[in-house]
Design a protein around this ligand. Structure first.
Ligand code: NCD
Ligand code: ZN
Ligand code: ZN
Length: 426
């Protein structure tokens, strides 16, 4: 028998409403005992979780694993390594691969490769339109049957409002939903940095916040009028937040996610001219960050998604107009969320809720929970341990982040998936 005893950890589980020091016994992958003091015994592997928080592991419904087609940036194996190092055991891969995930066979490919790797649950989102070209809807029912958990053309918006409306209706009637990368391409044009003082003083092509705001408003109105759900990807502006407040108040089925980088970094990251600051939507201002943090605390923004977007070093060395947007995120979500707990935006229970419970519920997955009878799907982390972001600590194949060589507080020590340890900090 395979026995693990996690001792002296502080258990936080929004599912069972637990916030307490407890020991956890795991036998053959299943949680068999949760008590205040379980005595160690020789046949049990002992994990000393003193000073650590023990929580259900995390769920990220927005990652780019670049598989198939761009595996020089990331693949399902290296993406899974980064996920479990970040405390995640479920990820949803975006369909902006090459080819785009617009056929059932491609959906099955992602699922099968994820299972073969076996480190975490790798689920695909399917494209809304064929080839993500915005013209013709994909066969949503077939894609859902093949295992697609939702629909998005992420990387691109669905520009045509009629197509978006019909997509919302189809996806909604299948019991699924569409998620939109909200960007009016006529407004964003060749913009690179958020339009404002920084873009002006550095002479970077400006990208106005309205490019996001008008699309968020359009999607909210379509959701309101169709009665169907829409999910807003990577919300980054104060006005988008205010629009979601308004739409939710009117009863629209709108949900929204925010990335760790939009919660933590501003357009000041451009000051060193590195394209590691380039991301879509762009890094915004302190005022936007305040609005996003407040919105996440209050539930206006439903949860965190990393939008983990790996790009190769040589691509990020290109000039700012030509370099692809995106930054990695799977290992930074926890420390950035903990920073907001330390700054009193919300408590540790809400932190776990936005990293685990809420995103799981959104994709219809039973949220992981630390309960007797459940398979262990647990993340153990030290909320006060400092670590440096560098080539070695980043587990992703790509290292594109403005956080390189900076220190973060909050470190994952162990991740359990399907009852087994899939990550151990050494
Ligand atoms: C993403 C990518 O690289 O695929 N880039 C990004 O800047 N976020 C696409 C996307 O999420 O829109
Ligand atoms: Zn996007
Ligand atoms: Zn994305």
């Amino acid at each position: 028998m395979d026995i693990v005893l996690i001792k002296n950890g502080f258990v936080v589980d929004p599912m069972t409403n637990t916030k307490k020091k407890l020991d956890i016994l795991i036998e053959n992958g299943k949680i068999t005992k949760i008590e205040e003091n379980i005595k160690p015994f020789p046949s049990a592997k002992l994990i000393d979780a003193t000073d650590c928080i023990v929580s259900p592991s995390f769920v990220d419904i927005h990652v780019h694993f670049r598989d198939p087609g761009q595996t020089y940036k990331e693949d399902i194996y290296t993406g899974s390594l980064a996920a479990v190092a970040g405390g995640y055991t479920t990820v949803v891969c975006m369909p902006n691969t090459q080819p785009a995930l617009d056929e059932p066979s491609l959906i099955r490919y992602v699922i099968e490769k994820g299972e073969e790797v076996g480190l975490c649950r790798v689920l695909p989102a399917a494209a809304i339109t064929k080839g993500r070209k915005g013209k013709e809807l994909t066969e949503m029912a077939l894609l859902k049957d093949a295992g697609a958990v939702y629909f998005t053309d992420d990387g691109s918006p669905v520009e045509n409002s009629h197509i978006m409306r019909v997509a919302m209706e189809y996806a909604g009637s299948l019991g699924s939903f569409v998620a939109d990368h909200c960007e009016d391409l006529n407004l964003s044009k060749d913009g690179v940095a958020n339009e404002g003082e920084i873009s002006a003083s550095l002479g970077l092509p400006p990208l106005p916040p309205e490019a996001e705001d008008v699309m968020v408003a359009r999607d909210c109105i379509l959701a309101l009028n169709t009665g169907m759900p829409v999910h807003i990807c990577h919300v980054s502006t104060k006005t988008a937040v205010e629009t979601i407040v308004w739409a939710k108040a009117l009863g629209a089925h709108v949900t929204a996610e925010v990335t760790p980088h939009h919660l933590y970094l501003t357009d000041e990251e451009w000051l060193d001219f590195s394209c590691n600051a380039k991301v879509s939507p762009p890094l915004r201002t302190h005022e936007d960050i305040e609005a996003l943090r407040w919105a996440l605390a209050s539930g206006i923004i439903d949860f965190i998604a990393t939008d983990h977007a790996p790009h190769a070093h040589h691509e990020k060395l290109l000039e700012h107009q030509h370099c692809p947007p995106g930054m990695i995120g799977l290992q930074f979500a926890l420390p950035i969320t903990l920073e907001l707990v330390r700054k009193d935006y919300f408590d540790i229970k809400r932190a776990i809720e936005v990293l685990s419970t809420k995103p799981a519920e959104k994709i219809g997955l039973k949220p992981p929970s630390i309960s007797v009878g459940e398979e262990a799907e647990i993340t153990i982390f030290n909320p006060s341990e400092e670590w440096e972001v560098n080539e070695e600590s980043i587990k992703s194949k790509s290292k594109n982040t403005p956080l390189l060589n900076r220190k973060l507080i909050g470190k994952v020590k162990y991740t359990f998936y399907k009852g087994k340890i899939v990550y151990e900090d050494k």
